[in-house]
Design a protein around this ligand. Structure first.
Ligand SMILES: NC(=O)c1ccc[n+]([C@@H]2O[C@H](COP(=O)([O-])OP(=O)(O)OC[C@H]3O[C@@H](n4cnc5c(N)ncnc54)[C@H](OP(=O)(O)O)[C@@H]3O)[C@@H](O)[C@H]2O)c1
Length: 218
């Protein structure tokens, strides 16, 4: 894909490791990072092969032409901003108060998870993606473009070009894309909405997005 050779990953757990596998399978270099240090990722790097390496988060952010943030939401403020300036940043994160603690502006729905990350990374182009598919399905549900009833995934973002790049990446990874609009519309695919979790085609996801209700209205 245009100008994207390496994908950086901030977070290498269930989702990060699966996205790394997809990225490697599609010819990208991958730089993985976690909170404990690169040495703890040696088994995953060995599995992924010579196109993968592990680094500290700031180094993974620097090395990636596109970077994925896939950490527990409570840790989003630790994501290094300077090396991500000007870059497309994919945000997979969801809000689970029992894991993340209560975040008042999410509880009162005055903002959304991806808008929080965008506010933390004002010089980056944040695109919400991969937040509503189970990690294991990332490597089992993908199908070639044009497959009837191909699974679709939602994106949201404020930068049209960045969304185009991410939609192309999704297509490479085996999924159609449904654009929910700007980041502020990302709530339509948050936890406990109809499209969150199940396998859906693009047409079904559009119906799900339209049917989504705010937590206060559920
Ligand atoms: N699991 C799913 O099926 C799924 C699906 C869609 C979206 N999501 C969302 O995606 C995000 C990641 O989920 P996950 O299931 O992949 O989580 P996970 O398996 O718990 O992995 C989290 C990763 O983030 C790393 N991390 C934590 N704090 C960090 C920091 N400050 N700097 C760098 N790395 C840090 C962890 O490293 P250490 O292990 O070294 O601490 C770990 O590699 C969450 O917001 C989740 O809600 C999950």
């Amino acid at each position: 894909m245009r100008n994207i050779k390496a994908i950086g990953l901030i977070g290498a757990g269930h989702i990060g490791s699966q996205l790394a596998r997809l990225a490697i399978a599609n010819g990208y270099d991958v730089v993985l990072s976690n909170s404990r240090g690169p040495e703890t990722l040696s088994a995953l790097v060995a599995e992924l092969g010579p196109r993968a390496r592990a680094a500290k988060p700031a180094d993974a952010a620097q090395a990636g032409d596109l970077v994925v943030v896939t950490v527990p939401l409570k840790n989003y403020r630790a994501v290094p901003g300077a090396p991500l300036a000007g870059k497309i940043v994919i945000d997979t994160n969801n809000y689970y108060p029992q894991r993340d603690g209560h975040i008042p502006e999410l509880d009162n729905e005055s903002t959304t998870t991806s808008e929080l990350l965008q506010a933390h990374l004002p010089a980056s182009k944040v695109v919400k993606a991969f937040n509503h598919i189970y990690a294991a399905e990332l490597t089992t549900h993908g199908q070639p473009a044009g497959t009837p009833d191909r699974r679709a995934l939602v994106i949201a973002g404020d930068d049209k070009d960045a969304k185009g790049v991410v939609a192309h990446l999704l297509d490479q990874f085996g999924f159609d894309t449904v654009d929910a609009g700007p980041l502020k519309e990302g709530w339509r695919i948050q936890r406990d909405t109809p499209g969150y979790g199940p396998r859906r085609t693009a047409a079904q996801l559009r119906t799900d997005l339209a049917a989504a209700r705010r937590y206060r209205d559920q």
